[in-house]
Design a protein around this ligand. Sequence first.
Ligand code: PLP
Length: 440
Amino acid sequence: MTTSPLFYQAGPALPEVSHADGVYLWDEHGNEYLDGCSGAIACNLGHGRTDIRDAMVAQLDRVAFTYRTQFENAPAVALAEALVELTDGALEKVFFVSSGSEAVESALKLARQYFVATGQPQRRRFVSLRPSYHGSTLGALGVTGYQPLEAPFADITSASLKVPGPDFYRHTDADDASHVERVLAETRAAIEAADPGAIIAFVLEPVGGASTGARMLDRRYLEGIRALCDEFGCLLILDEVLTGIGRTGTWFAYQHYGVTPDLLTTAKGLGAGYYPVGAVLAREHIVNAVMESGGFQHGHTYAGNPLACATGLAVLEAIRRERLLANVAERGRRLEAGLKALQARFPWMGDVRGLGLLWGVELVADPRTRTPFPAAENQFARMTALAKEEGLLIYPRRTLDGLAGDHFLVTPPLTIDAQDLEILLARLERALTRLDAEVT
Ligand code: PLP
């Protein structure tokens, strides 16, 4: 038991961070860590950036905080316009928040209020995937499909209808296309059984994040879900809290698939670890209906404050100036090749999947049968500890229900250069070699 008053997690005491620069952090004992997961897939521009600091200090000197119903502020308007432009104008309206959970919570409430405003109050349920992660507040938790987080609160959340998404690693259908077809047919049947007229929205991550080890969807599936939403008259909410702002090599991951949502959430990478800022983007007609009914009955004190939005603007400018989307694509190809080469050496790296600089590795006891390791072995935690000993931070999880077992994410800052990526792969190789000695 630690003596610290903080209680973020059970488990051993953590090293105290000393300082950070670029893709590296150092602890109080001088140990160096390569940030192979951007903290929690948030610190997307790396650490210690003077351009972001300068933009923040300039805004602090002008005005740090104003309340959104008392003043409009230029950084908020500019950031909202910039976000709309990133969607090519497909989503015209923006509501700022301070975290991913708040973004999801706000999207759920906006969608519900839209149907109340337009005379369909009987729509009171969401559909989402199992497994999935959409945040830790009660509404966001209700659409989350991750058993350990859900269990203590199952009786007090308004749980969504949970359906499985495609599983391109384990399915036994003839091919991926027929698998997607079957999953879509089963999804339709589940919604029909639950009453399509009661559904507010389908919520999903276009590429899975922490709880699914970067589970991939594909264009056919997303087109199918979009078509189901249109047919049943419900909305499509894409949760891009983790995938948004360049992580997959496009501004938003949905742009790989050409399927546009009605509402979109984003957060983590927008403040890039320098200040909390998130947003809900929405189609204009949805917002107009809600505003005409008396306004959105929702909001958080710090939402859209000048400092948050100045930070977000500086982040977007850095991504453009440094052509980071191209860097994500190029480094992403090398990361994929590096991970697949490691998989060839260590077959218990059962599945390597991802896009851009969002990669997941699933660990299995038997690669032939794709059987997960026994849960009690905690291989995801062991792998993370070994990587940390080798000076590499990765993001671990185990999904108990649904498609994945032990897995970890490799999601370095979008700024990582060729040399640091080789160092990342070398440290990962050392950690995998040590785990190999334990599991084979
Ligand atoms: N949605 C997704 C897809 C996420 O990955 C996360 C966080 O990991 C959240 C929502 C919640 O974001 P936050 O931790 O900022 O509340």
